[in-house]
Design a protein around this ligand. Structure first.
Ligand SMILES: [Zn+2]
Ligand SMILES: [Zn+2]
Length: 292
């Protein structure tokens, strides 16, 4: 297949992401700080305030959609031709990348999914949305996930002296010596809210609906999973509250005109509500694009 990338506008999705429980997205460990926190959260170097890196959020959404796709592989092969030739599971047994299993690429000690070429990625629900850096031709991501910074409300709380992070002691057991091994984790306190922005580029007018639904599905899965570290200890439950979804037509980027924007009112809606009302909410986008 010849590379034939098109541009049919952008969907700009904004809202709040709330840490329902304590949230730990780790920074690079700083060695040798005596009496300090072993495991700090990542912070904006300018303000010193914690934030959610877009790469962390995007990586987690991708991973959850990968797991779902692996589970639905046979069912989805009809719809997504790029999935042909994959069988469920990982290449762990063979220890060899791209040997035909869905989780086909080794990252550190785990296996992830990445389609090896443009054509497969174009027809894969994961790679065409999140991108693929294959051995042959890359498939750039259709999604941009911005860094999520504190909402104005939570910035104000911080200015008024409220603690935004807390130190939590977790006691692990050393497997060799059976000694208790306490560590101090820093985490963002429960209740903290961040602004998120996710931008989806509409390339193929026959893909946008599935792509956006798959994005929403990954967001729904994340709410019942966790973001960041120590999820099995109860950290990292998050919830999305939508604010606005705008479809900016390709023409908008030439005219700057209001008439080239379709606004979808999703204020305070949940992921579930948007999924269940999808066809109604996106009917304007559908007719503007003139395709499914
Ligand atoms: Zn294998
Ligand atoms: Zn893929």
């Amino acid at each position: 297949m010849v590379m034939d990338r098109k541009f049919n506008g952008k969907l700009v999705i904004t809202g709040k992401i709330k840490a329902v429980t304590g949230l730990h997205i780790g920074a690079q460990r700083e060695v040798g700080e005596i009496g300090g926190i072993d495991n700090p959260v990542i912070k904006d170097p300018v303000t010193g305030l914690p934030y959610i890196p877009g790469s962390s959020l995007k990586g987690r959404l991708r991973s959850l959609l990968e797991i779902l796709t692996n589970s639905k592989l046979d069912e989805w092969k009809e719809k997504y031709k790029g999935l042909e030739g994959y069988s469920p599971g990982s290449c762990r047994e063979e220890g060899r990348e791209n040997c035909g299993k869905f989780f086909n690429k080794r990252i550190n000690n785990g296996w992830i999914h990445v389609c090896p070429d443009y054509q497969k990625a174009y027809n894969c629900p994961v790679c065409r949305l999140f991108g693929a850096s294959g051995d042959g031709s890359n498939f750039p991501s259709r999604l941009i996930v911005r860094d999520a910074f504190l909402t104005e409300e939570w910035k104000r709380k911080w200015e008024e002296g409220q603690e935004i992070t807390e130190a939590k002691i977790e006691v692990g057991i050393d497997r060799v010596t059976s000694q208790a091994n306490p560590r101090t984790n820093e985490r963002v306190v429960a209740g903290t809210e961040f602004n998120f922005e996710i931008i989806y580029t509409v390339e193929d007018i026959n893909h946008w609906k599935d792509d956006v639904k798959n994005l929403l599905t990954a967001m729904a899965l994340l709410e019942d999973s966790y973001l960041g570290g120590s999820g099995s200890r109860g950290y990292g439950k998050v919830k999305f509250f939508f604010e606005n979804i705008e479809f900016r037509k390709a023409d908008y980027y030439r005219t700057g005109k209001e008439e080239d924007i379709i606004r979808i009112d999703v204020k305070d809606k949940s992921v579930r509500e948007i999924l269940s009302e999808f066809d109604d909410l996106f009917s304007g986008v559908k007719s503007a694009l003139g395709a499914e």
